[in-house]
Design a protein around this ligand. Structure first.
Ligand SMILES: Nc1nc2c(c(=O)[nH]1)N[C@H]1C(S)=C(S)[C@@H](COP(=O)(O)OP(=O)(O)OC[C@H]3O[C@@H](n4cnc5c(=O)[nH]c(N)nc54)[C@H](O)[C@@H]3O)O[C@H]1N2
Ligand SMILES: Nc1nc2c(c(=O)[nH]1)N[C@H]1C(S)=C(S)[C@@H](COP(=O)(O)OP(=O)(O)OC[C@H]3O[C@@H](n4cnc5c(=O)[nH]c(N)nc54)[C@H](O)[C@@H]3O)O[C@H]1N2
Ligand code: SF4
Ligand SMILES: [Mo]
Length: 905
């Protein structure tokens, strides 16, 4: 029995192995090797053999191992709420699955099939979509199945279909290395597709003549890398692209031969853009006419021109037109179907592409088919082995929530998305969730905004517990492999869908039970792949065995071979075989600024956070870059509004309001504002950034205009403030302290970069002494080692520490000691006298933001290095920053060109 230690370790390491899988974040689709030891994930590294990343990972991919949890951070069992307002209670998985089937069957029997809706996610695997899709359309009998890709890729889908005839990005990643001109439109690739950005950086270092153009209203780190930044007015891209076409036509840069042989509809557009001179476009999009001419020349004269585009184009009421207008530039110059060339829409989520292929959206059917086409419906019905498919159009994301709000949809099943944070106009979304008769939330992590509205929770397995396939931006299908077993009762999403489908079939259509007779996910994939036969994306010859043997493959996949680029022959999947020009012209944003709402707000992503942060908030390394939410404003606007950096501002749009601290940001144009999309009501008071945003959507793609909101900002006037920190498990502490979010005008409860949680609270007047003491109790600061209280003035200052280690602190009223205490919490030196610090007698050391999370290098250190004349190479040498994953290199480059911090606000 007595086993020597060394021997035991040997056994453990003998059991260690690596599983090849795919990163679960962005659509780059990087290959990862998951190191497994003793049944647990021991680490994650980049997969050298995967063509997307060749071993590289960004900061998020590298930290994946730290997000794997098997404890209370996860939804470990099914849960049920007996009545609204009651807490969720644990129940067995079997009764939960029965309950889901009962409620669906009941709604369908009483109110018809369209009284149920499925709101899914671009983060599901292809197999998950396939089973849900069959469940919705072939069994429940409704087309009410849509995904968060409606907020993401929908305009890219309609843009491709309208111009090229099929929803297929024609280029591939290798084109990053082969392009002469790269136009990035509405993409902050340095943050959002970092490994592809690394490839672009490396390509330009190899070929210094390469030109990079970035169209973005903000001077992002991506824009700072560009040879030409076009600071475009939000929403006005069509004017820019049409003017570029105008210049190309005037200067003979168009390929008239290509236009004549491979396209149709050009004459209407030619006439249209005749009047869109660079000067005319300048008035609409604010980009200097000369720069428009320069961009057109670099694009038109390039041996190969590649464009990369994402949400700055898609999330707009003109999203489809913006996509089409950009694709036009490629068609007019023949810059498509050749190495280094093409309009390349980068996908956001890891498997938004797979969802499009599997038809997991209201407006799509499997194999890029169209539910509006009777022939396509009949084909799919035949392939699935059912008589027919429903012909009533399904509700797209926002319409689905409207249908819930007005009682048409009674039962809503949400999986792998967090709409109570990510959909625009949250007041409307919350009203819908409140009105729903039954909300099923299939979720992997605990504490999300949407779980607060669930009647039934189904426990989902997640990465790295799931097995299946995903398709990345370059149409490449990769195997996702389970490395460890799911914790508790958690099950893969398709399994949960299958289990409910079998039960529902037993209740409403027993003969359809066979539709869900899958033994494992490879059978689901095989059935799905067969449905692509004869379609543009055809990968009917692909199965798991082929993927295991040959590695990831790009569709279409025929005769044992993938396809790196589409349309090399100039033949397009349209009726005539020709690509189509559309007569598009500039249209304004859905709402305009006014005297009451004078600021232009845009929203988007940060480098190290993923969406609503369920996963990224668990990794210490990822919360260090940006710890708390903020709104950034131009320093001029701050001065005008009487706001200083760090002040709390009240933001209002025509739909809702929010309080946030202000940050000075001269990468914005005056009159503009930016709020990151990540923090919602699980982390802060109020409904998060989407309390503000506009649900108005593109008429074709139905994608909402998340990139433009008319906004008002003013000092929040919250005179009383508090700050606190406590060590411990951030998830458990957040759950415990969450009620405090609802008691103040401003409040955040956040995982802290130092570990533990941080609180910041503010209100108009100081709370009662009783409330302050309750707060101190909640933080275990009832009898701290150091206290300096003046409760009559709403002032408590307390520190719990021993042996030089800080356990917790609370500061109210006077927050000056905060930074020094947080620095101590993060492992910095203890102050000589904590009491003196609390009394404000000594100043504490200021903290500095971590820019390089791989090597823990702060912004201050980097700025100091720059001041001393270091270039990028010298900074890397002396400080080590930027030598890990490289995700921080664009920011270092920006810091090198930025105005000194003192000049801001
Ligand atoms: N770190 C990180 N990476 C991610 C994600 C994440 O959450 N975190 N999410 C993934 C997902 S799902 C997606 S969809 C992608 C999104 O990737 P991106 O689209 O690159 O990211 P965003 O920050 O949403 O928006 C990009 C830029 O659009 C600009 N913009 C706003 N309005 C306009 C406009 O009218 N015209 C133009 N030309 N530009 C405009 C904004 O200033 C912003 O810099 O990122 C993926 N990668
Ligand atoms: N203001 C503003 N809003 C935006 C955007 C913006 O730019 N600005 N961008 C929009 C875009 S492009 C997108 S893609 C959306 C993203 O918005 P969401 O999809 O709502 O964001 P996520 O945080 O990724 O939500 C995924 C949820 O699935 C859970 N989960 C993780 N893995 C699994 C799994 O395997 N199974 C199940 N069942 N659950 C799992 C996670 O815990 C999380 O709660 O946000 C949109 N909203
Ligand atoms: S770029 Fe980063 S987040 Fe995206 S797939 Fe690769 S490692 Fe994951
Ligand atoms: Mo997205």
């Amino acid at each position: 029995m007595d086993m020597p230690m060394a021997r035991r370790i040997e056994i453990v390491s003998e059991a260690a192995h690596e599983v090849a899988s795919i990163c679960c974040y962005c659509g780059t689709g990087c290959g990862v090797r998951v190191q497994v030891r003793g049944g647990a994930v021991a680490g994650v590294r980049g997969d050298d053999s995967h063509p997307a990343n060749r071993g590289r990972l960004c900061s998020k991919g590298l930290a994946l191992g730290d997000t794997v949890r098997r404890d209370g951070a996860r939804v470990l069992s099914a849960q049920w709420r007996e009545a609204r307002g009651e807490p969720l209670r644990e129940i067995g998985l079997t009764p939960a699955l029965d309950m889901a089937a009962d409620r669906l069957a009941e709604a369908i029997a009483k109110h018809g099939p369209d009284s149920v809706g499925f709101y899914l996610s671009g983060q599901l695997l292809t197999e998950d979509y396939a089973v849900f899709n069959k469940l919705a359309r072939a069994l429940a009998g409704t087309n009410n199945i849509d995904t968060n890709s409606r907020l993401c890729m929908s305009s890219a889908v309609s843009g491709y279909k309208r111009t090229l005839g099929a929803d297929a990005p024609p280029a591939c990643y290798e084109d990053l290395e082969l392009a002469d001109t790269v136009l990035l439109a509405g993409s902050n690739m340095a943050y959002t597709h970092p490994v592809l950005f690394r490839r672009l950086e490396a390509a330009r270092a190899q070929r210094p003549d390469m030109k990079v153009i970035v169209a973005d209203p903000r001077r992002t780190d991506t824009a700072a890398f560009a040879d030409l930044h076009l600071p475009i007015a939000p929403g006005s891209d069509v004017a820019l692209f049409n003017a570029m076409l105008h210049v190309m036509l005037c200067e003979g840069l168009a390929d008239e031969d290509y236009i004549a042989r491979h396209t149709e509809g050009f004459e209407a557009l030619r006439a249209r853009v005749q009047t869109v001179t660079p000067e005319a476009a300048q008035r609409l999009c604010g980009v200097p006419a000369d720069d428009i001419v320069q961009a057109a020349r670099w694009f038109g004269q390039a041996g190969a021109a590649l464009s990369l585009y994402t949400m700055g184009l898609n999330q707009s009421v003109a999203g489809t037109d913006k996509n089409a207008a950009l694709i036009h530039l490629h068609l007019a110059t023949g810059q498509i179907g050749r190495p280094g060339a093409g309009p390349f829409s980068l996908t956001g989520q890891p498997n938004a592409m797979g969802g499009r292929e599997a038809g997991g959206m209201a407006t799509l059917l499997p194999g890029h088919r169209d539910p509006a086409s009777a022939a396509h419906r009949a084909e799919v019905a035949r392939l699935w082995g059912v008589d027919s498919l429903p012909d009533v159009p399904g509700a797209t994301a926002l319409d689905m929530f409207d249908a819930v709000a007005d009682g048409r949809i009674k039962v809503l099943w949400i999986a792998a998305t967090n709409p109570a944070q990510s959909l625009p106009d949250q007041a409307r979304v919350r009203a819908a969730l409140a009105r729903a008769e039954f909300v099923i939330v299939q979720e992997a992590y605990a504490g999300t905004e949407t779980l607060a509205h669930a009647d039934l929770v189904l426990p989902a397995a997640t990465w790295p517990e799931k097995s299946g396939t995903v398709t990345n931006s370059e149409r490449r299908i990769s195997r996702v492999r389970a490395a460890v077993a799911p914790p508790g009762d958690a099950q893969p999403d398709w399994r949960l869908a299958q289990a409910v489908a079998l039960r529902l079939a037993a209740r409403i259509a027993p003969h359809k039970t066979v539709l869900f007779d899958y033994r494992d996910e490879s059978e689901v994939f095989a059935e799905h792949a067969r449905m692509t036969a004869g379609r543009d994306l055809d990968y009917s010859a692909l199965d798991y065995a082929a993927l295991d043997a040959g590695g990831p493959q790009q569709w279409p996949y025929r005769a044992g071979q993938g396809t790196p680029r589409l349309y090399a022959d100039g033949v397009f999947p349209t009726a005539s075989g020709r690509a189509r020009f559309c007569d598009v012209s500039w249209r304004p944003t859905a709402e305009a600024v006014s005297e009451d709402y004078p600021l232009q707000l845009t929203t988007g992503r940060l480098r190290d956070h993923w969406h609503t942060m369920a996963r990224t908030s668990l990794a210490r390394a990822l919360i260090q870059h940006v710890e708390e939410p903020w709104v950034s404003l131009h320093p001029n606007d701050m001065r005008r509004l009487g706001l200083a950096a760090g002040d709390l501002a009240r933001l209002d749009s025509r739909r809702g309001g929010l309080v946030l601290p202000v940050q000075a940001d001269d990468t914005l144009r005056p009159g503009h504002a930016f709020v990151p999309m990540h923090w919602g009501s699980a982390f802060m008071a109020g409904l998060g950034v989407n309390a503000l945003t506009n649900p108005a959507s593109d008429p074709v793609s139905r994608q909402p205009e998340l990139k433009f909101t008319a906004l008002r900002a003013a000092p929040a006037g919250l005179a009383w403030q508090a700050a606190a920190w406590r060590q411990g498990d951030a998830v458990a502490l957040r759950a415990r302290l969450a009620p405090w979010l609802r008691r103040f005008d401003y409040a955040v409860v956040l995982p802290a970069g130092a570990g533990g949680v941080r609180l910041r609270l503010a209100s108009r007047v100081a709370p009662d002494a009783a409330v302050l003491h309750e707060l101190a109790d909640a933080l275990d600061l009832r009898r701290p080692e150091v206290a300096y209280d003046d409760p009559a003035r709403g002032c408590l200052r307390r520190v719990a520490a021993g042996q030089g280690v800080l356990r917790a602190f609370l500061l109210t009223g006077d927050l000056r000691a905060q930074e020094a205490l947080l620095a101590w919490a993060a492992g910095g030196e203890a102050p000589a006298s904590a009491a003196a610090l609390l009394m404000g007698r000594v100043a504490g050391a200021a903290r500095s933001r971590t820019v390089c999370v791989c090597n823990g290098v702060s912004e201050t250190a980097i700025l100091k290095g720059i001041e001393q004349g270091c270039d990028l190479a010298a900074l890397k040498d002396t400080l080590g920053c930027g030598t890990g994953c490289g995700s921080c290199v664009p920011e270092i480059r920006s810091l090198m060109t930025r105005a000194p911090a003192a000049a801001l606000a």
